[in-house]
Design a protein around this ligand. Structure first.
Ligand code: C2O
Ligand code: CU
Length: 571
């Protein structure tokens, strides 16, 4: 397998750095990630952004299932940072998982930390990103995991592959945007552009010349690795006149799923096959827009609904080059039906070589209401609803991020950092999906975790509410889960379980909990450690829509947490 320079043209480097790829498939891959400020221009605005190795998006990590990746992270920036390997189980090794103040203290300016990523179960497309403040806006990149040596894809080998990362760009410094919102208590300013591989595309100011181009040959098939690294936006995505076949999501294979569009939430990845078969003769158009535009369930609030584009370009002598690329329309911005139809069609591959293991008996039942809230301010002086400050909660607990990280406190038995009473159920039941009385909006901050015995089976029904504009893409660290059901309205514990798919539910690490609906996941807790669970909308994380699971050690030696590496960043 070889990755040529054509891949490099896909990424809009802010400063040309050397792209990381390994040519020999060693079992252990070593990388150095230098986090630093790099000048970058988009939409006619130049600012310093935080990058890895001067690249935006960051370098791609290539490995095979079973390999180990060692990344030495060197912080040459001016702020604290952490890095996370999104979708990697990190079996028995929460130490290098990355979420700030959950499993580690941040890497301070001038310091470094070597992170170990063992790829045991994952295969397909995952990604890595910063897990501190809003740094992930520019500090992210693909993590591509090929089948084990000697095994193959469960589909015909594509001619080539390419990776597209959906993201968001602010003209302002992203952490200034976050700080301003946290200070005022009000809403976070929406981004100025949506992007594909860091580029806004043809329809936004000063962007056209840098639009990402993907070159294809007539008659060949391609594997698209699609990643949603946006801080807020869920996207509809399509390629004009081209059919798509989803074959994987979140690092697990799916049954081939033919579709004209993909819906993808922040945190999720999709592996998609594309047949380049539209350039049949010299009069066919040779260029087609690759386009993404947000889905927003409630369009009353301010948001960035811009379409971002790249171009699929057939290799030819470009007789039609003057003609604009073709564009296929995308669903309306609030087209929830299309979201539900697309999402409902995903199934695990679940074949002989890719067996699944959906828990059938459940030891721990949880019903978790994912909500936006307010915290009251003195004299109603904040900029959120009712003069309060925006908050987010799970079962009405708004997570307070501790100063001492939870993994450290757990491992060394330091008292007073967290309590173990995260509620399995909400304290009040009401109609979550209609108008919610304001007294029920109010929440409080606390640092609560849920303890799990080793090998316990867990079912979580996430209940979305009517508050706020969007779905909540709930993401779990430390293990993937099966999404066994998803529906609208309040979860009905008699009827809705009858609709569960226990045969071939998709295996994901992030599930879009519908606004005004519910989603059910199941997993087996066989990874001892401290595992963050949070909404992948970054501002909801900063408002407290998060919690922590602690899975205890099992009895056997291989069911225990590994000891910490000796270079854990000090606080
Ligand atoms: Cu992709 Cu906790 O993150
Ligand atoms: Cu959310």
């Amino acid at each position: 397998m070889k990755f040529g320079t054509s891949l490099m043209t896909l990424f809009g480097f802010c400063m040309l750095g050397s792209i990381f790829f390994t040519t020999a498939w060693a079992k252990t891959h070593h990388h150095t990630f230098i986090v630093k400020e790099t000048p970058c221009t988009r939409l006619c605005h130049t600012k310093n952004i935080l990058t890895v190795n001067g690249q935006f998006p960051g370098p791609t990590i290539y490995a095979r299932k079973g390999d180990t990746v060692i990344v030495k992270v060197i912080n040459q920036g001016k702020k604290n940072i952490t890095l996370h390997w999104h979708g990697v189980d990190q079996l028995r090794n929460p130490w290098t998982d990355g979420p700030e103040h959950i499993t580690q203290c941040p890497i301070q300016p001038g310091a470094n930390f070597t992170q170990q990523i063992r790829l045991i179960h994952e295969e397909g497309t995952l990604w890595w990103h910063a897990h501190s403040d809003f740094d992930l806006a520019t500090v992210h990149g693909p993590l591509i995991i090929y089948p084990k040596q000697g095994t193959m894809y469960p589909f015909n080998k594509p001619h080539k592959e390419f990776t597209l990362i959906l993201g968001e760009w602010w003209n302002k410094d992203v952490n200034t945007v976050l700080d301003e919102a946290l200070q005022s208590g009000g809403e976070v300013e929406p981004s100025d552009a949506n992007t594909i591989n860091g580029q806004p595309g043809n329809f936004l100011p000063c962007s056209k010349n840098d639009t990402v181009k993907v070159h294809v040959e007539q008659g060949k098939s391609y594997l698209l690795r699609l990643i949603n690294a946006a801080l807020s936006n869920e996207f509809f995505f399509n390629i004009a006149n081209h059919h798509l076949t989803v074959v994987g999501t979140d690092g697990s294979y799916t049954k081939p799923y033919a579709t004209d569009l993909v819906f993808i939430s922040p945190g999720q990845t999709m592996d998609v096959l594309i047949k380049a078969n539209k350039f049949q003769n010299s009069s066919s158009p040779s260029r087609y827009y690759i386009a993404a535009r947000p889905y927003i369930g409630n369009t009353q609030l301010s948001y960035n609904a811009n379409m971002t584009t790249a171009i699929l370009e057939y290799e030819t002598n470009y007789t039609n080059i003057s003609a604009p690329p073709l564009l296929s329309s995308l669903p309306a911005i609030n087209d929830t039906d299309t979201v539900d139809i697309f999402t409902g069609g995903l199934r695990s591959l679940a074949d002989k070589n890719h067996p699944i293991d959906v828990p059938e008996t459940i030891n721990e039942h949880m019903y978790i209401v994912t909500s936006l809230n307010i915290i009251l301010c003195r004299n109603n002086s904040c900029k959120g609803p009712l003069g309060g400050r925006f908050a987010g909660s799970l079962n009405n607990v708004s997570f307070e991020t501790p100063q001492i990280n939870i993994l450290h406190a757990y491992y060394y038995s330091i008292p007073g950092v967290y309590t173990t009473d995260f509620p399995d159920y909400p304290s009040h039941y009401f109609n979550f999906t209609e108008y919610i009385p304001t007294d029920l909006y109010v929440t409080k901050k606390a640092t609560k975790v849920k303890m799990l015995k080793y090998n316990t089976t867990v079912e979580i029904v996430f209940q979305g509410t009517n508050i706020g504009p969007e779905n909540h893409p709930m993401h779990l660290h430390g293990q993937s889960f099966y999404v066994v059901g998803r529906g609208s309205g309040n979860f009905d514990k008699k009827k809705d379980p009858l609709t569960y798919n226990l045969v071939d539910p998709p295996r994901e690490n992030t599930v879009a909990v519908p606004k005004n609906g519910w989603a059910t996941i199941r997993f087996r807790a066989v990874n001892p450690g401290v595992w963050y669970m949070h909404c992948h909308v970054d501002r909801h994380v900063s408002w407290g829509m998060n919690m922590v699971f602690i899975t205890k050690n099992g009895k056997s030696a291989d069911a225990k947490m590994l000891p910490p590496p000796n270079d854990m960043p000090p606080c």
